[in-house]
Design a protein around this ligand. Structure first.
Ligand code: NCD
Ligand code: ZN
Length: 343
């Protein structure tokens, strides 16, 4: 048995509309809070849009009877952001800016095409002055297995030029990125899928579109280096699932939409992995304590989750209207199960 205090998921796609209603309970029931990504169909690129979305999430948690859940909001960084808007956002309690390189992933059409241009550097300067956290999807437009590595030099330049700006490398996938954590102001999130799977799970036997995501799963060596980092409880690392639901029809038809839906299995699967590696004692840091320090989240209401070693079968799919979403490890049996949730 293990008890976790205030689990936090620092990178999640909750989507909007019908999908939001179908997926939010997996996070809101078992996590104290989650950092909601702003890459909606209409990107959340100003304060009002972020606040409206926050209300949508809160109303949905009420409908689902899981109110003890704090949505942590982020704003989509685009060239049109200016100082007044950033001051307004800060006043409203938004402290995370999310930068997507244009075209890098799902919902990045309105992202930034030239990251180190003057306009964007001016935004970084204001963000640093106002104490924002800059969260980055770090991928170039090069060869898919090298995209994160190639982006490394941009991380370095931002870290050096804006030493007081906290920078988060989202969803680490390449072992060569780990070195960048030597910068005092660079931190990272790590997903469940990048520490448990490799490219073979996407295309090693049949092609599995449900395990296709950005950044793409990499080599077993990358996976192993990243799992060791997560297991170590390093204070530079928060858990961020990057759970990214897509309707099956979009996975199969729209050139295979990128994103893995992991929300239904996160805590049991992490227990399984930390136990298997004899590091259960570090799970609390990975799942909550580190994030609280990095993001300054001291006022999250209490939630205690107890898990036991009991078999638990992952559902085959989650229905959304006439369509469905296939979760990570659909139909498989896990050896840990959530037993109890207390607020
Ligand atoms: C995410 C999505 O679907 O919104 N997709 C993904 O493959 N991870 C976007 C992202 O975080 O890259
Ligand atoms: Zn994401």
């Amino acid at each position: 048995m293990i008890t976790l205090q205030n689990p936090l998921d620092m990178h999640i796609h909750l989507r909007e509309g019908e999908i939001l209603k179908s997926v939010l309970n997996f996070s809101a029931k078992y996590f104290s809070g989650a950092l909601a990504m702003p890459n909606l169909k209409i990107p959340l690129n100003d304060t009002n849009k972020v606040l409206e979305y926050k209300k949508d999430i809160e109303n949905t948690t009420k409908e689902l009877n899981c109110e003890a859940f704090t949505p942590i909001m982020s704003m989509y960084l685009s060239e049109s952001l200016n100082k007044d808007e950033l001051i307004k956002a800060k006043k409203e309690g938004i402290k995370i800016l999310k930068l997507y390189p244009k075209g890098a992933t799902t919902g990045s059409e309105n992202g930034v095409s030239e990251i180190l241009n003057q306009k964007i550097c001016d935004i970084f300067q204001i963000a640093q002055d106002l104490g924002f956290i800059l969260s980055i999807h770090g991928e170039s437009n090069g060869f898919s297995m090298d995209r994160e590595f190639e982006f490394g030099e941009i991380f370095e330049k931002i870290a050096i030029n804006f030493p007081k700006l906290k920078i988060i490398m989202e969803h680490l996938s390449d072992r060569r990125s780990i070195d960048l954590l030597k910068y005092d102001n660079i931190f990272a999130t790590i997903t469940l899928h990048h520490i448990t799977m490799s490219l073979d799970d996407v295309l090693g036997s049949g092609l599995n579109p449900h395990y296709f995501c950005k950044p793409i799963l990499k080599t077993p060596k990358d996976r192993d280096a990243l799992i060791n980092l997560a297991l170590s409880g390093s204070e530079k690392i928060s858990f961020g699932s990057d759970s990214a639901p897509h309707l099956e029809s979009n996975k199969l038809k729209q050139n295979g939409a990128a994103g893995i839906f992991s929300a239904p299995i996160l805590l049991p699967r992490l227990c399984e992995i930390f136990e298997k590696n004899n590091r259960l004692e570090n799970l609390q840091k990975f799942i909550s304590d580190n994030a609280k320090k990095i993001y300054g989240l001291q006022n999250i209401p209490n939630k205690t989750i107890t898990l036991t070693k009991e078999k638990y079968k992952v559902q085959d799919s989650i229905l959304v209207g006439n369509d469905k979403i296939i979760p990570l490890l659909a139909g498989e049996v896990l050896s840990w199960k959530i037993k109890d949730t207390r607020n």
